[in-house]
Write a protein that binds this ligand. Structure first.
Ligand code: T1G
Length: 713
């Protein structure tokens, strides 16, 4: 008998414990073990009811996602889902009550298993949900058929198209869960009692027999379909959400078994899709990106109870909010009262905006705000466990700040920096504690953007890295550990992305054209819109710093247009003009003919003949520039895995998730194709298009970026 599912008879109740660490995922073996255990229990005359419970403090976090890679064809998927559907029908068809006892997570196939049971009891801290859409698929084990029968069409659509889990209390209100237990430790006993109570009450209630309120349901479907109509990019990026809506519609229009068959068909379409392969890649890549070969599991992690942030500007304020939102008290220091008050005013405004939008209750907003203590001195810095420095990107200022931090903080305190480009081994040395110096590179707005680029210095200790990885998770961030080179991974590659866009502009493309092409590809904003948001003055300061250390952001030709715009005081949205013009109070950029004049002048100076450029060439050159530099970063070991780069670009710059990230996208094109493009550009545009040796090597070996094992710089 498999150990994946063990059975104990307690007071006439067969308690089946599902045990497949770490999240009790439903692998093929798990399904079989479950089926065998249920069949055996139902055949036992002493059994008056069954309870399904998960080991390790959680129920089931869904099907084994890794197993989907084995589903090469739709038929593979149809065959596989037929098995799980049949097992769930056997559970639902049981003559005695089957109760699901939910603790921790009941997600995806886990909730579907629970809904095939006759009753559900959950501990108060547990969560239930159908996150499949975040993997580019839909519930594939009857979830789109049973969920609307329990909670109605509208709620089912929300859960299946947004993929966000809900808490036990809300699940009870929605009719998904029948009972909630305050203490998780009491769940098992409560479930056994509940099962006996149900057994005494008569034949079990089957979810599949419930009727959906069609009138209300049709209205909800109409709203959901209308919200997606006429949005081709949304449809392209989230086709799974569309499929989930169709499956739920089938639940309403067809008998259960036919609706279930329709779901299986739609699931099969999704699971073999390029979109799902891309986002499943990102699921595992995000979990790999925080694993560092020389920081083994079990490396001591320090407790972080209090924090401090230096610099109350846009980034510093956002970082302080990220800590406060995670429940960590934080000091926010700036040079004087006026500066720190400006930061606090921005923070208050951000919280109020979230409250006004209903994203946060006033109480929660006030609680978070109260955790942020403004400061103009280092008083209290000797009590904090981590400091994040977010002062101006100026080497001398950073050196002075770290020298001070080395004096005022306790020896165990982590000294983190939010620098996005500067050498932390240089200014960090001023603290005298390089082993605790690490980059915590947040992305703007820091309390919203998910990515946290963790930059290890040459002496950063394993404990500092392990503690930062755990802290990143606690702040709700997606972390990626990278090496310390100029611009680290995110901004180093961005330099090549932006440079190629600027050269395409000089060659004859327009700012709106280039931005449109990248947004149609799935980027939330184009390269020029992005610069106008970040500020052209920031880019100018980075270039000045590079010139001062004899470096350039991207080797080879540089467009002079950004410097011209800086000299004209056009810093972007913050000055009402940059690459675009902005009407007062508007963030919508208007094309400005001045840009074409500047581009034509720059082209003439570089001896570049201007021409019409097609959308395909624009997209190919920009994505190829990103992948080629990504290959260089990988080859030099500043990124451990190609997947880390994908995680950084999808969570830091909004690179379309349904394309899997710049390296996954390149692999999906085939590296021979990418290499051929680089070589064609080199022959036509110049030596700055030198193929990265790793790209050339992998293309010649018929391999992909994701075949490269991790290697530390
Ligand atoms: N399958 C395989 N591995 C999984 C897994 C899963 N469903 N969930 C987690 N893991 C691994 C993960 O890779 C990591 O491995 C370890 O478990 C801990 O995860 C039929 C088709 C549950 C909220 O989408 O959201 O059901 O890195 O680091 O932060 O209709 O994991 O240690 O080697 O994320 O505490 C739907 C996915 C599947 C939920 C826990 N289910 N999981 O978060 O730990 S599709 C999901 C999560 C499906 C059915 C359909 C989270 C979590 P490693 P972790 P965590």
């Amino acid at each position: 008998m498999s150990t994946l599912v063990s059975t104990q008879l307690q007071d006439g109740v067969a308690v089946l414990t599902l045990d497949n660490p770490p999240v009790n995922a439903l692998s093929a073996a798990m399904w079989q073990a479950l089926d065998a255990a249920v069949t055996a229990a139902l055949a036992d005359p002493a059994v008056r009811a069954l309870v399904l419970i998960g080991a390790g403090g959680t129920f089931v976090a869904g099907a084994d996602i890794a197993g989907f890679a084995l589903l090469r064809t739709r038929q593979d998927s149809l065959d596989r889902s037929a098995v799980s559907h049949a097992i769930l029908e056997r559970i639902e068809g049981a003559a005695v009550p089957v109760v699901a006892a939910i603790s921790g997570n009941a997600l995806g196939g886990g909730l579907e298993l629970a809904m095939a049971c006759h009753y559900r009891i959950a501990s108060a801290e547990s969560k239930v949900g159908q996150p499949e859409v975040l993997l580019g698929i839909i519930p594939g084990a009857g979830g789109t058929q049973r969920l609307p029968r329990l909670c109605g069409v509208a709620q089912a659509i929300e859960l299946c198209t947004e993929g966000k889990p809900i808490g036990a209390a809300r699940a009870e209100q929605a009719g998904i869960v029948d009972r909630v237990v305050a203490d998780p430790a009491a769940l098992r006993e409560a479930a056994v009692a509940f099962a006996l109570e149900r057994a005494a009450a008569g034949p079990p209630r089957r979810t599949c027999e419930r009727v959906i309120d069609a009138e209300v349901g049709r209205a909800a479907l109409a709203v959901a379909r209308a919200s997606r109509a006429g949005k081709p990019q949304l449809a392209a990026a989230t086709s799974a959400a569309g499929a989930a809506i169709e499956a739920i519609s089938a639940a309403m229009e067809l008998p259960f078994s036919e609706g279930a068959a329709r779901e299986r068909e739609l699931f099969a379409d999704c699971v073999v899709s390029a979109e799902s392969r891309a986002v499943r890649h990102l699921f595992f890549a995000a979990r790999e990106a925080i694993k560092v070969p020389d920081v083994p599991k079990g490396t001591p992690v320090a407790r972080i109870e209090r924090a401090a942030v230096i610099g109350a500007g846009t980034m510093g304020g956002g970082i302080a909010m990220a800590y406060a939102n995670a429940g960590i008290p934080v000091l926010l220091k700036d040079v004087d009262h006026a500066a720190v008050e400006r930061g606090m005013a921005m923070i208050r405004k951000n919280y109020q905006a979230s409250v006004d939008k209903g994203k946060l209750s006033q109480e929660d907003g006030d609680r978070c705000l109260a955790r942020i203590t403004p400061a103009t001195t280092y008083e209290g810095f000797d009590t904090v466990d981590v400091v994040v420095e977010a002062v101006f990107e100026d080497m001398a200022l950073k050196r002075a700040t770290f020298a001070e931090l080395g004096r005022v903080t306790k020896p165990s305190c982590i000294l983190a920096t939010n620098t996005s480009t500067l050498d932390l081994d240089d200014f960090g040395a001023a603290s005298g504690r390089l082993s605790q110096v690490i980059g915590h590179h947040f992305f703007s707005p820091a309390h919203v953007m998910k990515l946290l680029e963790l930059v290890r210095g040459k002496e950063t200790s394993a404990e500092t890295i392990a503690t930062s990885v755990a802290l990143g998770k606690r702040l709700g961030k997606v972390g990626a550990v990278v090496g310390n080179c100029f611009g680290f991974v995110a901004n180093r590659m961005l330099g090549y992305y932006l440079r190629e866009a600027q050269l395409l502009l000089e060659e004859g493309a327009s700012v709106p054209q280039i931005d449109r092409v990248l947004m149609e590809f799935g980027m939330p904003v184009g390269p020029f819109g992005l610069q106008d948001i970040a500020g052209l003055d920031v880019g100018w300061r980075i270039r000045q710093h590079l010139v001062s250390v004899g470096k350039a952001r991207a080797e080879g030709p540089q467009s002079e247009v950004p410097d011209r715009l800086y000299e004209l005081g056009r810093y972007g949205q913050k000055t009402g003009a940059g690459w675009y013009r902005y009407a007062p109070g508007s963030r919508k950029g208007e094309a400005d003919p001045l840009i074409d004049e500047l581009a034509a002048a720059a082209a003439a100076k570089r001896g570049v003949a201007r021409r019409e450029l097609g959308d395909d060439e624009i997209l190919a050159r920009i994505t190829t520039a990103l992948a080629n530099e990504g290959a260089q970063v990988l080859d030099e070991g500043y990124a451990l895995r190609a997947g880390d780069i994908d995680v950084i670009y999808c969570h830091g710059f909004g690179f379309p998730r349904h394309r899997g990230g710049p390296m996954f996208h390149a692999d999906s094109l085939g590296l021979a194709t990418v290499l051929a493009r680089v070589e064609e550009y080199r022959s036509r545009l110049g030596d700055h298009w030198k193929p990265a040796p790793l790209l050339a090597r992998l293309a010649s070996e018929g391999r992909g970026f994701h075949d490269v094992p991790p290697r530390v710089a």
